[in-house]
Write a protein that binds this ligand. Structure first.
Ligand code: DSN
Length: 421
């Protein structure tokens, strides 16, 4: 394979100076071009985002905020951060934005630091029901430093049990209620969460790392009008660089900024901040709204195709970019399915399903998402076929080669990083 065009002329330099490392970059490109990427939390950033990431802005120390730095020479990178803040505020109609968190976990840590003291009570979605590690898991700082009460989904509907959320909130009087999930395929009713938070005098935080891109493009309702604090990542359906960000009300702006720096982080990654600005700019374009609408249409087509093949979609389907598939009737564990799909050229992840009898290392489910394949230009017809191929790979491991061939035909038309978007 020749030099990938999106790396620009500097890639030639890297190849010359450090061929071993350059080969890693080429092999990773080959890997994503050679298979189907169905991990719901991944995407393919634009070449413009990659250009900002690969820039000299990575060199600059800029502790502090624009106009208030602890280093000299920040007048240029200040412009990048101001652009990122302005664009985030406009895109999400938010009163305040902090674009410095290095990741979603860092953003959540900072939000908790702004709103809670160690030992305070928070109410959040249980990880085995679709929450996130940072929502109070015992193996995470959130579970160790706070008194965490967890809510989940109903066994019959597999939807968030808002009555349970309200009962738990009334009983435990949390200082913070967290809504948001990593493997919940349905819309979350932020208005109902707001009502419960108001009833008990709690702050409301929405961790919308997964659906933020869908919100940016107006494909689903936004959490911003309801939550005091909104945390998110920039690299999922939003299609930006790997990183995090926080939106909040003006009332909480100073607390959030101080929590991000100097409480949780030191110097911001200015190349990543610049790349976030690029991604926010891209997300303002009409093409992005079109893209995220297609992501949802594709996820529905995939969930329907899988269900039609006897691979049950948890909650009966999806309203978002992902579907959670229950494999118990298929008689294959999530771990086995992940391996079988990998052998057939399909990258996805095993995932616990609600009330899963298996541990997280095995699981009874898989999670599939459509941000990547939609960026590649696939539509519902292709996703219908993808559902058939996933099913075939999971049920019939002996057919891995045949599945790979069919995927190669799909990818011949829809390869990533072949066109501008
Ligand atoms: N690890 C991410 C995911 O895959 O959903 C969440 O942070």
């Amino acid at each position: 394979m020749g030099t990938p065009p999106y790396y620009g002329p500097d890639f030639g330099l890297l190849q010359k100076q450090d061929p071993e490392l350059a080969q890693v970059l080429l092999d990773e490109l080959d890997r994503v071009r050679g298979g189907l990427q169905l991990i719901a939390s991944e995407n393919f950033t634009s070449p413009a985002v990659l250009a900002a990431l690969g820039s000299t802005l990575t060199n600059k120390y800029a502790e502090g905020y624009p106009g208030r730095r602890y280093y000299g020479g920040c007048e240029v990178v200040d412009r990048a951060e101001r652009l990122a803040i302005q664009r985030a505020k406009k895109l999400f109609n938010a009163e305040h934005a902090n674009v410095q968190p290095h990741s979603g976990a860092s953003a959540n840590l900072a939000a908790y630091a702004a709103l809670l003291q160690p030992g305070d009570t928070m109410l959040a979605m249980a990880l085995p029901h679709g929450g996130h590690l940072t929502h109070g898991s015992k193996v995470n700082f959130s579970g160790r430093w706070f008194d965490v009460v967890s809510y989940g989904v109903r066994r019959d509907t597999e939807l968030i049990d808002y009555d349970e959320v309200r009962d738990l909130a009334l009983r435990h009087q949390p200082k913070l209620i967290v809504c948001g999930a990593t493997s919940y395929p349905r819309l979350i009713d932020y208005g109902t969460f707001r009502g419960i938070a108001d009833e008990v005098g709690a702050w409301l935080m929405a961790d919308v790392a997964h659906p933020i891109g869908l919100m940016a493009g107006g494909a689903i309702p936004s959490a911003v009008p309801y939550a005091d604090v909104v945390t998110f990542t920039t690299h999922k359906a939003l299609r930006g660089p790997r990183g995090g960000a926080i939106l909040c009300t003006e009332e909480l702006a100073k607390k959030i900024d101080r929590a991000v720096f100097p409480f949780v982080q030191g110097g911001p990654l200015m190349h990543a901040v610049a790349a976030k600005a690029v991604a926010f700019g891209e997300a303002m374009r009409p093409e992005f709204a079109d893209y995220v609408n297609k992501v949802i249409v594709n996820a529905r087509a995939l969930a329907e195709s899988l269900s039609g093949e006897g691979m049950r979609a948890v909650s009966g389907g999806t309203d978002t970019h992902l579907a959670l598939i229950d494999l118990r009737d298929v008689g294959v564990s999530g771990a086995e399915a992940e391996q079988r799909c990998a052998a057939a050229g399909i990258t996805l992840n095993r995932n616990v399903i609600p009330y899963d009898p298996e541990p997280a290392s095995i699981t009874s489910g898989i999670r599939v998402g459509t941000p990547c394949v939609t960026t590649q230009g696939m539509g519902p017809q292709e996703l219908k076929e993808v559902g058939t191929l996933v099913t075939r790979a999971v049920r019939h491991p002996g057919s891995a080669r045949e599945v790979r061939e069919r995927i190669a035909a799909l990818l011949a038309i829809h390869r990533p990083y072949l066109s501008e978007y």
